[in-house]
Each structure stands twice: as structure tokens, then as C-alpha cells.
Design a binder for this molecule. Structure first.
Ligand SMILES: *Cc1c(COP(=O)(O)O)cnc(C)c1O
Length: 435
């Protein structure tokens, strides 16, 4: 496969954009090689500027559950654009999308729109702090909640540690307020509450983790978070930026029957345009400005193009056939990938929930980030490139989930699995270090 134009485009980009990209994972650092620059995409297919086509399992990292350039979404955006791109004044589309979100997500009574998932989590945490009058937040190692300071802390695998910043530029004060615990460590959560209970404003969690690869909660974990937050008067925040509308119409909270106090949303809710949202209990949301004292705002919040794309996407998901179809497709991918890896004697664990899929190249179980890091990332890199050469675009990192859409058909998944078989044959035939 020829990537000459992408290589030239990357060289040019690197001169003017740090690392050549506007979000780090796009740079292919963890799999090596040059990122492919995209020309266009349609359905489940991505086409790069050299003219190579790929079956896409990144799907813009989650938003495109109806596929690339879905005709209904494009028509809605075009229609909205013709009436003006931004007003800085309320529109009915915002209320319509709010009503639809509230009808779908069990715990949400009121919702506020912003422009990214990062904004949603930052704002939800500020609201939780404003509501409780407390400062500390519990997060889990390996969970990603956007790039807000309080969340860029993961103090490794200790059962309970005060955070150390993950990035220069985050102050010690911020780190001191973030308590990091291993995902699935329910006892660690109880211990933290026993020690700091009256100081903990919120627990924030990816209820199914997508950002260390797909890692699922053990049966006691989410119920323990709910019980501890209730007992100590802390705010339970489910970060469903990735899982919202993805694993079920109402996200993980619907699937698992656990009710958080606040929920953060993004990705699918914007249908491929920049949107985030946070919502939840009416008494908490009413503390938000201008109804209450907790400030939050945005020039482009509730943007009419973004609302139109979100509405078209969520309306497309009302078809009762959508989620059963996606569930089946996800299982087909995960089981099929597991079969192929077994055929090549590669230790692995694979899973799916709805249209979210993942596999780790390590023998399991994978219940937290320490387990996930045991994966053979060098092998993943070689597999990734062998798949790319065969027209399949997987996430350029072992520690990311994969996404299916209504535009993926069974035959696309089956073709992908054939390519995986061929890719592994090639990987094991080639000398190490080549891709
Ligand atoms: C993507 C993601 C975010 C951040 O959203 P952005 O729109 O990239 O700022 C936050 N939380 C989770 C769980 C995510 O997957």
C-alpha cells in the first residue's frame, strides 16, 4: 500500500502543528509509522489522500454510530447551516435535544450542553464541588475523562494513593485533591471514604472503560460506588462520553441498572460535530448558573449545527432494530477475533458490549490498567500495520476500544476477520521489527 502523500502531508504538518496532529493518539506513536491523512469517508469506509480505502473501526473515536456521512445527519447539518451557524441566543433545537436525551438516559432530569467531553467532565466536577462544598475527587487509574487538570492524574497501581500529576503543568494542589484507585477495587473505594469521606465531592468513573482498551466492571464494583457515594453524601458521576447511546440507548446506567447522580456525555450526542453535555439530578443541576451560583458557559454551547447533527443521530437510534443489530455485530467481531487469535496461538482476551469492542494481547483476566499493560504492545503494533496494509483501520493503540456502526454489515466484519487471519500469518512469517 502506498502512503507517499500521507507521509508528505505529515512532514508538512509537523512543521506547524506540534507532533503534526491536534490530538496525540492520531500520531501513531504507540504503533509506529506515519498516520494516514483522511480524504473522505462514507458508511464504514475511510479513504486516505493516497486513495487507499479502509474498513474503519475508529469511527472518529466513537461519535459516528450511524456511520460516516450518514445522509440524515448531513441533511440536518446542511439545513441548519443555511439558517445560520451560530446565534449566541437560545434555539428550540437545544430544548428538543435536551428532551430526547432526558427520555433516553434514565438518571438525567436536566441537561446542559457544551462543546466537548472534556468540558462536560470539568463542568460536572465543578458542579459536584459547588453542590457539596467539598474538594476531593476519586478517579480510577487508566480511566480517561478528557484533559482537564484534575483528571490527568493516575498514580499507578497502588490501592490508594494521593495523585501525582501525569503531565507537567498540573499543580501539586490539583494533584492533592485527586485520589486515584484501581478500577474494580471496591475495597479501595471504601477505604478512601473511610479516610477522607467528608472531603470527597465526587467519584468519577467510566462505568465500562474504553480508554485503556475495553475493560468491564466486576459485579460488585459499580454497586459499591453507588452505595459509598450515597452513604457519604458524595456525587457519583458516570462518565458516559463514550458509552452513552453506545452500549444501550441509556448507556451503561440502563444496562447495569445503576443510577448515577450526574452523567457526562459527548461523542454520539454530537453526531460527529463538537458537542458535550452533562446532566442528572434536578436538585444538583439547579445549582448551575444562571439558576444557581456554579458558573459554566460557552460561546458556541448548544451550537445549531451540532444540535442538528445530535438530533438526527439520536433520532436515527430510535429504530428498535438498531441496538439488537449492533449487539450481534459486536459479538461477531469479538468472538471472531478471539477465534482468529486462538488459531495463531496468541494469548488474548476479547469482549464486546453493544457496538463497543476490544481485545488485549495478553492472557486475562484484564480488570484494571495494570492487567491491560501486560499486553504485547509490540505485537499489537505489527498486527495493526498488517491490518492497515489489508484495508482495515484499527485503533492505532492497544489501549483503545473499537467501534462499530449501523453502516458496518456482517460481511464487513467477516472480511475483517479474514484479513486478521492473513495479517497474523504475515506477522509471524516476517522477521521481527519489520512492518
Ligand atoms: C473522549 C472522552 C472524553 C473526552 O471527550 P473530548 O470530546 O475528547 O474532550 C471524556 N471521557 C471519556 C470517557 C471519553 O471517552
Amino acid at each position: 500500500m502506498n502512503h507517499a502523500k500521507s507521509e508528505a502531508a505529515f512532514e508538512r504538518a509537523k512543521r506547524v502543528i506540534p507532533g503534526g496532529v491536534n490530538s496525540p493518539v492520531r500520531a501513531f506513536r504507540s504503533v509506529g509509522g506515519t498516520p494516514v491523512f483522511v480524504r473522505e469517508a462514507n458508511g464504514c469506509m475511510l479513504v486516505d489522500i493516497d486513495g487507499n480505502a479502509y474498513i474503519d473501526y475508529v469511527m472518529s473515536w466513537g461519535p459516528l454510530i450511524l456511520g460516516h456521512a450518514n445522509p440524515l445527519v448531513i441533511a440536518a447539518v446542511r439545513d441548519a447551516a443555511e439558517r445560520g451557524t451560530s446565534f449566541g441566543a437560545p434555539t428550540e433545537a437545544e430544548t428538543e435535544l435536551a428532551e430526547l436525551v432526558i427520555s433516553m438516559v434514565p438518571s438525567i432530569e436536566k441537561v446542559r450542553f457544551c462543546s466537548s467531553g472534556t468540558e462536560a467532565t470539568m463542568s460536572a466536577l465543578r458542579l459536584a464541588r459547588g453542590f457539596t462544598g467539598r474538594s476531593k475527587v476519586i478517579k480510577f487509574a487508566g480511566c480517561y475523562h478528557g484533559h482537564g487538570d484534575a483528571f490527568l492524574i493516575s498514580a499507578g497501581s497502588g490501592a490508594l494513593t494521593n495523585g501525582v500529576p501525569d503531565s507537567p503543568g498540573i499543580t501539586e494542589g490539583v494533584a492533592r485533591d485527586t485520589i486515584v484507585i484501581d478500577y474494580n477495587d471496591a475495597q479501595g473505594v471504601w477505604n478512601a471514604f473511610a479516610r477522607y469521606g467528608e472531603e470527597i465531592a465526587a467519584v468519577i468513573v467510566e462505568p465500562y472503560v474504553g480508554n485503556m482498551g475495553l475493560v468491564l466492571p466486576l459485579p460488585d464494583f459499580l454497586p459499591a460506588l453507588r452505595a459509598a457515594c450515597t452513604r457519604y453524601g458524595s456525587v457519583l458521576i458516570f462518565d458516559e462520553v463514550m458509552t452513552g447511546f453506545r452500549v444501550a440507548p441509556g448507556g451503561v446506567q440502563e444496562r447495569e441498572g445503576i443510577t448515577p447522580d450526574l452523567t457526562t456525555l459527548g461523542k454520539i450526542i454530537g453526531g460527529g460535530l463538537p458537542v458535550g453535555a452533562f446532566g442528572g439530578r434536578g436538585d444538583i443541576m439547579s445549582r448551575l448558573s444562571p439558576e444557581g451560583p456554579v458558573y459554566q458557559a460557552g460561546t458556541l454551547s448548544g451550537n445549531p449545527l451540532a444540535m442538528a447533527a445530535g438530533l438526527a443521530t439520536l433520532r436515527g437510534l430510535q429504530n428498535p432494530k438498531v441496538y439488537p443489530h449492533l449487539e450481534e455485530l459486536g459479538l461477531r467481531f469479538a468472538l471472531g477475533m478471539s477465534e482468529v487469535l486462538t488459531r495463531h496461538s496468541v494469548p488474548h482476551v476479547a469482549a464486546s458490549r453493544g457496538s463497543m469492542v476490544g481485545f488485549f494481547l495478553t492472557d486475562g483476566p484484564v480488570t484494571n490498567v495494570t492487567d491491560a499493560k501486560r499486553s504485547d504492545t509490540a505485537l499489537y503494533g505489527r498486527f495493526f500495520h498488517a491490518m492497515l496494509d489489508r484495508g482495515v483501520y484499527l485503533a492505532p493503540s492497544q489501549f483503545e476500544a473499537g467501534f462499530l456502526s449501523t453502516a458496518h454489515r456482517q460481511l464487513d466484519v467477516d472480511r475483517t476477520l479474514e484479513m486478521a487471519d492473513a495479517a497474523l500469518t504475515a506477522v509471524f512469517a516476517a522477521p521481527r521489527g519489520s512492518h
